[in-house]
Design a protein around this ligand. Structure first.
Ligand code: OSB
Ligand code: MG
Length: 362
């Protein structure tokens, strides 16, 4: 294909409740939306999941916008024979920018698949028609508030609870949730790099709660540190921030730093790289699950397709629209018996609601 036009817009959606992690509190979601249109008139949509500030990853919304406008889009626009499969090669000379690159690749892939009448699920190799949903629970001011929130999510039907932790909000909340909701609750924790190599004894105390996993306890560059921790504790270590490519995933698995992987397509440059990580992990007997970055329906639709691949054997952070937004950019994704249906239409299988997108555009 040859790109004719690219529309970039930033929308600003309020979150239904603040989401606090070890790196900060979010009360709203600024999303950079991308629409590509080809010379033959077919179009594709994607959202860039970078946050407003570079706190989870070095990328941030305005930085992505600048990177796209200045470097990435001109490179793609100059190609006569653009395909989703060659986007990453074309953009490779520009270092970093995985989230910006992922958004562009995904929009091109959406256009390509809409044109051929193929769904993301089929293209990526999905084997399921619905996926089990977990939910990520932020850090709260008080334990009663946490109990009420978890209780609400379990009543909604979520099949797995992930608690955000940080020093000072770890042993006690995890203990209380485990004791209150019982040994059968699928429970895991996510530290977003809040601990250090000096905290291994503290993290070992979590072993008694039979957690599914502990996600990214220490800093992202310290893969060897995670391997040491994995030897020291019984809770399986799961990397998120550290896994930026299939090559890093291969190495992290080999040195024993991760026995489960959280795959976020945007963190690794797109869905094509995400499938490579899925395959690397599968070959090594390492299960994966699909993470989230507070996506609106446009991003969520594609994540659900990815989460339907066979080695995604744990519930993901692919929650229902209502977990995040009063009004979503698409028809809302809903939970049915703790599962969300994988879209089946061409491309990502959903369309942005133009009126909503226009209303929230800043
Ligand atoms: O580490 O998984 C994470 C949200 C923003 C940034 C990082 C993370 C998260 C989540 C929420 O845990 C996942 C979601 O529900 O989209
Ligand atoms: Mg995480």
């Amino acid at each position: 294909m040859k790109l004719k036009e690219i529309e970039l817009r930033i929308i600003h959606l309020p979150l239904v409740r603040p989401f606090r992690t070890s790196f900060g509190t979010q009360t709203s979601r600024k999303v950079l939306m991308v629409k590509v249109t080809n010379e033959n008139g077919t179009f594709g949509w994607a959202e860039c999941v970078a946050m407003s500030e570079p706190l989870y990853s070095p990328e941030y919304v305005i930085g992505c916008l600048d990177l796209m406008k200045r470097f990435l889009i001109p490179a793609l626009k100059s190609k006569q024979d653009l395909t989703a499969e060659n986007v990453s090669t074309i953009l490779k000379p520009f270092l970093g920018g995985q989230m910006a690159k992922a958004a562009l690749e995904t929009a091109v892939l959406d256009a390509q698949l809409r044109a051929s009448g193929t769904s993301f699920a089929t293209y990526l190799g999905a084997t399921k028609t619905k996926v089990p949903a977990g939910v990520s629970v932020g850090i709260m001011d008080t334990l009663p508030e946490l109990m009420k929130t978890v209780e609400g999510y379990l009543a909604d039907g979520y099949l797995r609870i992930k608690l955000k932790i940080e020093p000072g909000w770890d042993y006690e909340p995890v203990k209380l949730v485990r004791e209150t909701f019982g040994p059968d609750l699928l429970l895991q924790v996510d530290a977003n790099t809040a601990y250090t190599r000096d905290d291994f004894d503290l993290l070992k105390r979590l072993d008694e709660f039979n957690l599914l996993l502990i996600e990214q306890p220490i800093e992202e560059e310290d893969i060897l540190g995670h391997a040491r921790l994995a030897e020291y504790i019984t809770t399986p270590v799961c990397l998120d921030e550290s896994i930026v490519s299939a090559g890093v995933a291969r190495d992290a698995i080999e040195i024993g730093a991760t026995s489960i992987i959280n795959i976020k397509p945007a963190r690794v440059g797109g869905y094509i790289e995400a499938v490579k990580i899925h395959n690397v992990a599968q070959a090594a007997g390492i299960p994966v699950w699909c993470g989230g970055l507070l996506e609106t329906g446009i991003g969520r639709a594609a994540n659900l397709a990815l989460a339907a691949l066979p080695n995604f054997t744990l519930p993901g952070d692919t929650s229902a629209s209502a977990r995040y937004f009063e009004t979503d950019t698409t028809e809302p994704f809903v939970l049915v018996d703790g599962h969300i249906d994988v879209p089946t239409g061409p491309g990502i299988g959903v369309d942005p609601i133009r009126e909503v997108v226009d209303r929230f555009t800043v």
